[in-house]
Design a protein around this ligand. Structure first.
Ligand SMILES: Nc1ncnc2c1ncn2[C@@H]1O[C@H](COP(=O)(O)OP(=O)(O)OP(=O)(O)O)[C@@H](O)[C@H]1O
Ligand SMILES: [Mg+2]
Length: 489
């Protein structure tokens, strides 16, 4: 005869009688011993009587916030597994629940099979110790900001849960996804949810600068390390010490810089340019790219060892077309963000227009949606948004628009970086002196500028108006630059 299996006990805490009876029936049938409570106080009383193996609790209880109860339970009984249930998927509670050691976070209505599979896993892993993150006091403080990552679709909930699980670890995170999917927001959320929160989150776009400038930017330089380096300058890694560094567009980093980065990640140590004194840093690295890095590795453009070092934890942002459930929520979010006047109530949207937005395939993802709503709010001037306020022509036009938006944001980053670099060069006493590698600062900027303009002209088939628009600069300026660089054939 087989051994009698141990009967596992589950405490269901929910103020909705329907949920209590649904779960009681379901779990009893599956062989679990089920008890119920309808308040946090009731749950504590039940737990006082005897400790269950698992608590399944709603996040909104009549007498106490579910997260507060979760915190308390995990503090008193770290081994107790808790599944948090909610009727409203939101990034903030999902992240918080996982941060405070919930085993999982599930949304109602339940997918019965998923739920049972989750329960099985809880008990299979019951003896595995779960890392219970330390209580962090500043949690509530950023609640409003956290809420900024909007999403309740299944793939987004997985993302939120993962953030909650990994935020407190120092492991390197690689965020991938198409342009405009929210990779930078994820990096911000990871930093905010981590213990490094009081320290800086420093962002560097690896695409914005040529190699030698990027290296100065990242590692800093010693006084006199190259002509014009009149003062020592700290790099971004040093500035980010104790905090997080966000290396955006890591796929654009050259192999040479990749080697230096690998060393920092492995040894948490680097030298300023022109120095051989190693500097120790305590830092968490988050990298993002819209490229497929494993393909880049195969092509020999990305170091395999660096790829594995970065890819310790991988968060993939699904494209918006694969999570259409999120579109109405995002629309609502952006309508509130772009009110037509500061104190106006958010503009509304007709059913027809909303369904058009839901059915569109969003090549530019959330960024494109955000731009579309901003434009529609302006055009509608406080009236409900209708089809005529939406920008859809044919698909190619939309792709071009997305690319344009993308290009603009890159240009903005580049401009920021240039300004900073110029300021630094000025601080160093000269902006026209030679630079160690690759020519003077001005020369490098000019080279980059020329290349960007040439590319834009090529893409626009020589149409200068189009190229200027794509570059986001005035046509007159473009003409002047074409002349300056002799691009006018
Ligand atoms: N889930 C979301 N909720 C609210 N806003 C979002 C969300 N995802 C993206 N956004 C907004 O969309 C815009 C683009 O997001 P973000 O810059 O993070 O994308 P990205 O993936 O880094 O894009 P790129 O690869 O082009 O740099 C931002 O304005 C961001 O605030
Ligand atoms: Mg980005």
């Amino acid at each position: 005869m087989a051994d009698t299996p141990i009967q596992r006990s589950v405490l269901v805490v929910d103020d909705e009688p329907d949920i209590r009876s649904l779960l009681t029936d379901l779990l009893t049938e599956e062989g679990y011993a089920v008890r119920t409570a309808d308040t946090a106080a009731g749950a504590e009383a039940e737990i006082g009587k005897s400790l269950p193996d698992l608590v399944m609790m709603d996040v909104q209880l009549p007498d106490q916030d579910g997260i507060a109860l979760l915190k308390q339970l995990k503090r008193e009984q770290p081994e107790l597994e808790v599944i948090v249930m909610t009727a409203f998927g939101g990034s903030s509670t999902a992240i918080k629940a996982m941060e405070h050691g919930a085993y999982d976070y599930v949304t109602k209505p339940f997918e019965i099979d998923d739920l049972l599979a989750t329960l099985k896993r809880v008990f299979e892993h019951a003896d595995m110790s779960h890392e219970v993150s330390a209580l962090r006091l500043e949690l509530g403080k950023n609640a409003a900001q956290r809420e900024r990552i909007v999403g309740a679709s299944k793939p987004m909930l997985e993302v939120f849960k993962l953030i909650g699980k990994v935020a407190s670890a120092d492991a390197t995170v690689l965020v991938t996804g198409e342009s405009g999917t929210g990779k930078e927001l994820i990096a911000e959320a990871l930093h905010r949810a981590s213990k490094r929160n009081p320290h800086p989150l420093v962002k560097v776009s690896c695409a914005a600068l040529p190699e030698s400038l990027l290296e100065t930017e990242l590692f800093g330089h010693e006084k006199g390390s190259f002509t014009g380096a009149m003062t020592m300058r700290k790099g971004r890694f040093e500035t980010a010490n104790k905090g997080t560094i966000f290396l955006d567009e890591i796929g654009e980093m050259t192999l040479g810089t990749q080697t230096k980065l690998l060393r920092i990640i492995q040894e948490r140590e680097f030298e300023r340019i022109g120095s051989n004194v190693p500097i120790k840093i305590d830092i968490r690295v988050i990298a993002a790219t819209n490229r497929n890095l494993s393909e880049e590795v195969e092509k020999g453009k990305f170091r395999e060892d660096l790829y594995y070092r970065l890819n310790v934890i991988h968060i993939h942002m699904p494209p918006l077309r694969d999570r259409k459930d999120d579109i109405p929520l995002l629309v609502e979010h952006f309508l509130a963000k772009f009110r037509h006047a500061p104190n106006a109530i958010p503009t509304s949207i007709t059913e027809e227009a909303l369904s058009k937005l839901v059915n569109y395939d969003w090549p530019g993802n959330v960024r494109e949606l955000e731009n579309a709503i901003e434009r529609a709010v302006v055009l509608a001037r406080g009236n409900p948004i209708t089809l005529e306020h939406l920008p859809f022509g044919d698909r190619r036009e939309a792709r071009d628009r997305a690319r344009l938006a993308d290009r603009r944001s890159r240009l903005e980053d580049e401009a920021d970086a240039e300004l900073e670099e110029a300021a630094a060069a000025e601080e160093a006493g000269s902006s026209s002196n030679g630079h160690a590698e690759g020519g003077s600062f001005k020369d490098q900027v000019a080279t980059l500028e020329k290349q960007l303009i040439k590319e834009a002209l090529d893409r626009a088939g020589g149409n200068r108006t189009k190229a200027a628009e794509e570059l986001g600069i005035y046509r007159r300026l473009l003409y002047a630059k074409i002349k300056e660089y002799g691009l006018g054939e």
